[in-house]
Ligand binder design. Structure first.
Ligand code: SAH
Length: 216
């Protein structure tokens, strides 16, 4: 990773995150050092460190840094966690998660986005990310159970398939609602008896699409 070099714009950004309730020091450490400009297209370079979602092509967006931080913090990660992300997109959220867990598995349905994200992981020398091109609505059964699951696109309901792939005691965060409106960010904890659900507030995500992955 980017060693101890910190972009002043990233330092300003994490200051803003702290002011908005992000308290996890390890997470702040990672976000302060991660060059978000690498994940953002040329046309949006000037805005790479603003607290904004930005277009990444294919009608998709890299999430707002505050939402990335909130979702990551809500996962209560540790270095033993095996984590599944649905919706690799630019790879920014994945690059935030990877240093905070044992291994991250991430699935993307747009081949072009996945290939670009893989190049970024290589460039940043992030060793513990396993990628898959495909439809994440089925989860990743061969690797289940996961200690944590993060869905970075909005689902209409909590996907039962993903709850089944969550370990007992595991945590999932997922935006719930349709893509015409803002959605509620929901935290699901799987217990022996079922699930415990809590609401983390309003978010705005592109839709979680079920169906074939796209080869371009
Ligand atoms: N985590 C990403 C956010 C990307 S936006 C980032 O940090 O940049 C959401 C992504 O989810 C899009 O790239 C979209 O193609 C992907 N997606 C939506 N439905 C999916 C599905 N069923 N399987 C895999 N990826 C999906």
């Amino acid at each position: 990773m980017n060693g101890e070099l910190r972009d002043p714009r990233a330092m300003q950004l994490v200051l803003e995150l702290r002011q908005n309730g992000i308290t996890d020091d390890k997470l702040i450490h990672v976000m302060e050092r991660l060059p978000r400009d690498l994940f953002v297209p040329q046309a949006f370079q000037a805005r790479a460190y603003e607290n904004l979602a930005l277009p990444i092509g294919y009608h998709q967006t890299v999430s707002q840094p505050h939402v990335v931080a909130l979702m990551t913090q809500s996962l209560e990660l540790n270095d033993r966690c095996k984590v599944l992300e649905i919706g690799t997109g630019s790879g920014y959220q994945a690059a935030v998660l990877a240093p905070l867990c044992r291994r991250l598995y991430t699935i993307e349905r747009h081949k072009g986005l996945l290939v670009a994200a893989e190049e970024r992981f290589k460039h940043l020398r992030i060793p513990n990310i396993t990628t898959r091109f495909g439809d994440g609505s089925k989860g990743w059964p061969e690797q289940a159970p996961f200690d944590r699951i993060i869905v970075t696109a909005a689902a209409i309901d909590i996907p039962p398939v993903l709850v089944e792939q969550l370990a007992i005691g595991g945590i999932m965060v997922v935006p719930i609602g349709d893509d015409q409106h803002d959605q509620r960010l929901v935290k699901v904890v799987r217990t022996d008896e079922g699930t415990k659900i809590s609401d983390l507030g309003w978010v705005r995500f592109v839709p979680f699409v079920e169906g074939e992955a796209l080869e371009h």
